[in-house]
Design a protein around this ligand. Structure first.
Ligand code: SF4
Ligand code: SF4
Length: 185
């Protein structure tokens, strides 16, 4: 005779239930393991996912040489630099985030390759980040990514046409484009 499967029915006086109010134990799906045999590891998986994302958020900037970007609040106080930036960069925080996540096109688009690393924006940063150093590393990484073919050529060409490369990078960019086009830049 097949064994009848006993169904667990939570009871109000069940001592394993969490206390909602003094003397009252709640019957709550997500807090009773026996109610969710298939999902009892869900919390652990979720925590593992959150932990891994946080670790990546920290590990990536450290590995790519921009550890200070972790401390950027994205408060955008540095936007107050305005006309004190000789390269007319309006959104310094965008450059920080782009450097942190390794988004090269975002870095170029926001004028990162025009930055002169003069430090004019540093005094506006609420956590006193070494912005010129971060921007310098961002520029190096863009050039490396370009030369390794990790940025689409049409984007590089467009950025060059729009004047998004500073003078110090133009020769190198033109030479690279020239090489890609077999001698025609
Ligand atoms: S360091 Fe770069 S972004 Fe900051 S003020 Fe100088 S040129 Fe502008
Ligand atoms: S002021 Fe500093 S902390 Fe705030 S967004 Fe700009 S770089 Fe980040």
């Amino acid at each position: 005779m097949a064994r009848e499967k006993r169904k667990y029915t939570p009871k109000r006086e069940d001592g394993t239930q969490p206390i909602g109010l003094p003397g009252i134990r709640r019957l709550q799906f997500f807090t009773n393991l026996r109610d969710r045999a298939l999902t009892k590891n869900l919390n652990r998986l979720a925590m593992l996912g959150i932990g891994a994302s946080l670790a990546l958020d920290v590990a990536k900037p450290v590995a790519t040489g921009v550890p200070q970007t972790i401390f950027c609040y994205e408060c955008r106080a540095c936007y107050a630099t305005q006309d004190k930036c000789p390269a007319a960069i309006a959104y310094q925080a965008e450059l920080i985030v782009a450097a942190r996540v390794g988004d090269h096109w975002r870095f170029i688009k926001n004028g990162g390759m025009k930055c002169l690393r003069c430090g004019g924006c540093v005094s506006f940063c609420v956590v006193n980040l070494d912005l010129p150093r971060i921007f310098s590393r961002g520029q190096q990484r863009v050039m490396e990514a370009m030369e390794q073919g990790r940025i689409p050529r049409r984007r590089i060409r467009r950025a060059l046409e729009e004047g998004l490369f500073g003078r110090e990078f133009i020769d190198r960019v033109v030479a690279w484009l020239d090489k890609q086009n077999g001698g025609r830049a």
